[in-house]
Design a protein around this ligand. Structure first.
Ligand code: SF4
Ligand code: SF4
Length: 259
């Protein structure tokens, strides 16, 4: 009997506590938002998605280097002497075509480390957050506005210009060699008469033709270093091209399967 009375008391007490909470919330302001019709104001400096104003990008790749998870992929092509790419809104002269600017938001950790080094403030975090998708590959956002034809044309012009410069350099070198040989032939007798007893010519070169100051060594070291840098750059370019081609093939395959 006592137990039944205690249980009844507990039941009524629980009902009154519950109803008290319900009544209190009936008269307080609601905190729920009827999304998507109603949206809360986001906090200042919110990090939701990266956006690149490609018109202001100078292709310096500082953002790419700053990214700790390597989710930015930038490709550039040097402009030729007759190209005028103009200036950014911050007054920086543009010298590179940005033929590829991809950001993989699936990898991004929203650290914003890429935003701060940008000299033209063209990469920013924006308030857009509705970009969920069923396929991770759709989270790669491309910002370059160059068409394949424009990329091909820029590459073709650059190659032609480099070839032209190489040819001119080679011609200058041959002309210099020819001039030196002519000079040697003209003044050969005088030069041998002018050799010192140490076997060095008056011009400071030994008879073996080697410079006493190791100029040949240092110039060959320099050319080796520049050759390594060229090879490195070429390897990076090739890797980037391969990545781009693979991504393009993937997208095309996906588009076809959707059709
Ligand atoms: S926010 Fe961080 S992780 Fe994302 S792209 Fe920028 S540097 Fe990389
Ligand atoms: S740091 Fe800025 S200007 Fe340089 S490549 Fe990145 S987005 Fe472009």
């Amino acid at each position: 009997m006592v137990k039944a009375l205690t249980d009844t008391y507990s039941a009524f007490k629980s009902i009154f506590i519950g109803m008290g909470i319900t009544m209190r919330h009936l008269f307080t302001r609601s905190v729920t938002v009827q999304y998507p019709e109603v949206r809360d104001k986001l906090p200042e400096r919110v990090r939701m998605k990266l956006h690149v104003n490609i018109d202001d990008c100078i292709g310096c790749r500082l953002c790419e280097r700053a990214c700790p998870v390597e989710c930015i992929d930038i490709g550039t092509i040097k402009s030729t002497d007759d190209d005028d790419l103009g200036e950014t809104s911050t007054g920086h002269k543009k010298k590179l075509w940005v033929d590829n600017f991809d950001i993989d938001m699936a990898k991004c950790c929203y650290c914003e480390l890429c935003v701060h080094p940008c000299p033209t403030n063209c990469i920013t975090m924006v308030e857009e957050y509705e970009y969920s998708t069923y396929d991770r590959r759709d989270l790669i956002f491309s910002f370059s506005d160059m068409t394949p034809e424009q990329i091909e044309e820029a590459n073709r012009k650059l190659e032609a210009e480099e070839e032209n410069k190489r040819r001119k350099k080679e011609e200058a070198r041959l002309a210099k060699e020819k001039k030196a040989a002519q000079k040697d032939a003209d003044g050969g007798g005088d030069a041998s008469a002018g050799e010192s007893s140490t076997g060095k010519s008056p011009a400071g070169k030994s008879t073996t033709g080697e410079s006493p100051f190791g100029d040949a060594d240092s110039s060959s070291a320099k050319s080796e270093a520049s050759g390594d840098a060229d090879a490195d750059r070429e390897a990076r370019r090739e890797a980037r091209e391969a990545r781009r081609a693979a991504r393009k093939a993937e997208r095309e395959a996906k588009k076809k399967s959707e059709e």
